[in-house]
Design a protein around this ligand. Structure first.
Ligand code: BTN
Length: 327
């Protein structure tokens, strides 16, 4: 059994004790390891930020847990089928998307989730940088292996945006909105971004990586000055610190639910779930596409998730990709 699995067992025992002392003998009996090994695991947990008191003749007592996204912390709250089957954790990495690609190429199971406390080279869309300071946000990438054609891959972007919006609504009681196709906003400010990447042949996807970045407890001074779109964090919007652990669990649960729905019923219910958070219908917007900029009134989305715009000449334009800005 891995060191991480043993730590998880000890944390579970502490949870069951509900703040009471747990003897070293009891831990050693349940884990089937020596008292010295128990002590080593306790020391490792302490080095991760767990505050564990040790009292002679009584045992160990858990005083406080760090708000870390360790697999041991996430797994206790997770009741998912597919998402989070494997949890891979980094205190720091270059980009969780790059880690997830590497794992997927080595055969990682569908639902593998890669989480980091910090990213040195966090990637945003269109080659931009994603600011990823340690310990305040969520940086996660999920490996999926759906049997779909590459042209259907953007559907999974709607799926992750809907899951993020639902998790934020659940945790903050605020009403997030989605900016087509894939940002999540609170009061018009971006709090989450998605970067989905795929590895595919002409007709078949080998795997997809859903990259999700959520600004959770980031403070105003941690945002770069030159942001293209106004940005914020859940803490700034709610006025209080948000548990990264609970938000991560809520997100993985929502992803699991929506992914099961997608595999069973296809894209339609996913688009509906996404539309619950879309508030631009009827509004005048400006869309920057690769080909240039256009303006029009949002009519809604078609069944494939393309944006339908009524232009000034009364024609309807169908847009598959671009950056939307309300006017
Ligand atoms: C965007 O809005 O530009 C997309 C941002 C996506 C950021 C996330 S953080 C986790 C994952 N790893 C990365 O390097 N990027 C995505």
């Amino acid at each position: 059994m891995s060191q991480q699995a043993r730590q998880l067992q000890i944390l579970k025992l502490f949870q069951q004790q509900q703040g009471a002392y747990l003897s070293g003998a009891e831990i050693s009996r349940v884990l089937g390891v020596s008292r010295t090994a128990v002590w080593k695991h306790i020391e490792q947990l302490r080095s991760l930020g767990y505050r564990i008191e040790a009292v002679t003749a009584r045992g160990y007592r858990l005083h406080g847990s760090p708000d870390l996204l360790l697999p041991a912390e996430i797994r206790t709250e997770l009741e998912t089928e597919v998402i989070g089957r494997e949890l891979v954790y980094f205190a720091e990495t270059d980009s969780t998307n790059d880690r997830a690609h590497a794992l997927a190429r080595e055969g990682a199971v569908e639902g593998t989730v890669v989480i980091a406390e910090a990213q040195k080279a966090g990637k945003g869309r269109l080659g931009r940088h994603w600011v990823s300071p340690p310990g305040v946000n969520l940086y996660a990438s999920i490996v999926l292996r759906p049997s779909i054609a590459p042209r259907q891959a953007p559907q999974l972007t709607f799926l992750s945006a809907a899951a993020v919006a639902r998790a934020i609504a659940e945790m903050t009681r605020l009403r997030p909105t989605v900016k087509w196709p894939n940002d999540v906003l609170l009061s018009g400010r971006k709090v989450a971004g998605l970067l989905n990447e795929l590895d595919a042949e002409t007709e078949r996807i080998r795997y997809l990586v859903l990259g999700i970045g959520i600004n959770i407890n980031m403070t105003a001074d941690q945002f770069p000055a030159d942001l293209r779109y106004p940005a914020s964090s859940l803490a700034l919007e709610t006025g209080s610190t948000v548990s990264r652990r609970l938000l991560t669990c809520a997100l993985l649960r929502q992803l699991d639910k929506l992914y099961a729905l997608y595999l069973e019923q296809g894209f339609e219910p996913i688009l509906q779930a996404w539309q619950d958070y879309f508030d631009l219908t009827g509004q005048q917007v400006e869309v920057s596409e690769q080909a240039g900029i256009c303006r029009g009134r949002v009519l809604g989305l078609d069944g494939e998730g393309a944006l339908l715009l009524r232009l000034a000449d009364d024609s309807v334009k169908r847009i598959l990709a671009g950056d939307v800005r309300p006017l």
